[in-house]
Design a protein around this ligand. Structure first.
Ligand SMILES: [Mn+2]
Length: 331
């Protein structure tokens, strides 16, 4: 996206924040929030508080324990779907549509919606729709607002944005890790961010239930098409038996992608709504986005996902394999 267009969005967001009649803000993360959704929401809260706004960060799901080190994570309000929420402004962090936040549009009473996302597929449901897939993380977009509005970045805000960038770039390893990312991270770390402590919080504190998950994950792991495809899954009864959390299976599909020679990775797990969630990853040649789109999902070229109805994860696996085995896996 051309830089001038980003300037237009920054100008509009700036004006809304500086408008004294906008006193109360809601910030929504998406369901099953990750480091970027939480980091961007909490950094945005700190930004708005500089302008004496009353800010509520709202999440339908509990904060995963690995992100509880973020100083203001305790202020996140876990509300249920039926809660009626009102404020002057609502901001949505990487939600492709309002229901991605887990909340019902009918229950949210605001004057204006600001939609900030870095995923390709987005319903443009806001008054401002700053959607730009060239950004590695929504946390970078929040950083841009800090810079545009000339707000000093505190260590607490820097930790939030650093967390979003760290996790969404796969610890600075994905192809979205541009020079610009390093420039921003340098500025954030300069505020005193303890990168080793954050690393230990996010990646260095595995739960026992995670180990139970990995046992099952390896048990179900299968390689196909000359080992170019790796696929695994978990069933609901296994989750119940070992007390496996959503958090435990986060990153499972990335683990499959990272196996030598694997070009296409797929992981399947049950969701609380009774559907199955399929996560797809690829390395160089395949666009998993195209496959996910066919099933009504979304994402990026190398990372995408969608939901499917079935009686078991095993059944989903058989269905998706028919599609995956048709893919051209080399280039
Ligand atoms: Mn993100």
């Amino acid at each position: 996206m051309p830089k001038e267009q980003n300037k237009k969005f920054l100008e509009q967001i700036n004006n809304i924040i500086l408008d004294d009649t906008n006193k109360t803000f809601l910030i929504f993360a998406h369901q099953n929030p990750d480091g970027d959704a939480l980091g961007s929401a909490l950094a945005c809260k700190l930004l708005l508080e500089n302008f004496n706004k009353k800010v509520q960060v709202i999440s339908i799901d509990k904060t995963p324990s690995k992100y509880k080190f973020l100083q203001n994570s305790k202020t996140i309000e876990n509300l249920s779907k039926d809660n009626k929420i009102s404020a002057d402004i609502a901001m949505f962090m990487e939600c492709s549509n309002i229901s991605r936040s887990g909340f019902d549009e009918a229950n949210i009473d605001v004057k204006t919606i600001i939609n900030i996302d870095h995923h390709k597929v987005n319903d443009y449901y806001g008054y401002i729709n700053w959607v730009d897939a060239t950004y590695a993380a929504v946390s970078i977009m929040i950083y841009k607002i800090f810079k545009y509005m000339n707000v000093k970045i505190s260590k607490a805000a820097a930790e939030c944005m650093y967390t979003g960038i760290l996790t969404d770039t796969g610890r600075f390893q994905y192809s979205n890790t541009t020079l610009d990312v390093y420039d921003i991270v340098k500025e954030l770390v300069k505020t005193g961010v303890d990168v080793n402590a954050i690393y230990r919080e996010i990646y260095g504190s595995r739960a026992k239930s995670y180990i139970s998950f990995m046992r099952i994950f390896f048990n179900h792991l299968e390689f196909l098409k000359d080992d170019l495809i790796a696929i695994s899954y978990i069933e609901q009864d296994e989750i119940d038996l070992y007390g496996i959390s959503n958090e435990d299976s986060d990153g499972a599909v990335d683990f499959l992608r990272d196996i030598e020679g694997v070009e296409l990775a797929c992981f399947i797990k049950p969701k609380s709504n009774g559907n199955y969630k399929l996560s797809l990853r690829s390395k160089k040649c395949v666009s998993v986005y195209e496959a996910a789109k066919e099933f009504g999902g979304g994402g990026h070229k190398y990372a995408a996902g969608f939901e499917m109805q079935a009686d078991s994860a095993k059944e989903v696996k058989q269905k998706i394999l028919k599609v995956l085995l048709e893919q051209k896996l080399w280039c």
